[in-house]
Design a binder for this molecule. Structure first.
Ligand code: 5GP
Length: 190
């Protein structure tokens, strides 16, 4: 998506070779006008898939998921990163290795909010090694729901997640695919 690539080039900051910081419009301050355009694009891509629920992971995915869900006219469920066991009732759970922190945590979703009849679109901000997306896909599978695909804002295509997830037959649509990031701060897209 041209508009998004231009924004990443303008405001994205390359850190340590493989981390892209986009705090000024996506991960800290949120450009909601841009989010509406991203949500419209996700809707165009998945309009025929009868999506009944959007699933994301706290915290960075929630904003873009909410804006997208408004276009689809369906609820958002966000997987919680579990530290305590204080969620009521039964949950689906999956371990996820954090790309940014290098630790493993469990993500959980209440069984009340994912049902076998659901057609789920996963939305997330980044795809890197694919751990977050794999964990979310497992929750959908455990619920017996249908995973229609994943909408990702920024895929770092030089990392293995996209290929890994697509090789499992999951449809992944990324609005910007970063081919390479350089130490001078320049960014190449696929
Ligand atoms: P994965 O599980 O695919 O390795 O990483 C996905 C998650 O890690 C995303 O939800 C995002 O929060 C975080 N992440 C991975 N790479 C980056 C990055 O380059 N920049 C930022 N801001 N977050 C990232």
């Amino acid at each position: 998506m041209q508009l998004l690539e231009e924004r990443i080039r303008k405001d994205g900051i390359v850190k340590d070779g493989s981390i892209l910081k986009v705090d000024s419009f996506l991960n800290h301050q949120m450009d909601v006008t841009l989010f509406v355009q991203l949500g419209d694009e996700f809707h165009r891509l998945f309009a025929g898939d009868n999506v009944t629920k959007i699933l994301t992971i706290e915290a960075s995915g929630i904003g873009i998921a909410c804006v997208t869900a408004q276009v689809f006219g369906c609820p958002v469920v966000f997987a919680k990163k579990n530290k305590t066991k204080n969620i009521a009732g039964d949950v689906y759970t999956s371990p996820v290795e954090s790309f940014t922190h290098g630790t493993v945590y469990d993500i959980i979703v209440s069984k009340d909010y994912l049902k076998p009849e659901d057609r789920v679109l996963i939305i997330d901000d980044f795809l890197a090694n694919g751990a977050a997306l794999s964990g979310l896909a497992k929750l959908v599978q455990d619920a017996g729901a249908t995973l229609v695909g994943a909408g990702i804002v920024i895929e770092k295509a030089f990392q293995p997640g996209g290929e890994l997830i697509r090789s499992r037959g999951i449809r992944v649509e990324s609005l910007a695919r970063v081919k390479a990031m350089h130490s001078d701060g320049s960014i190449e897209f696929c």
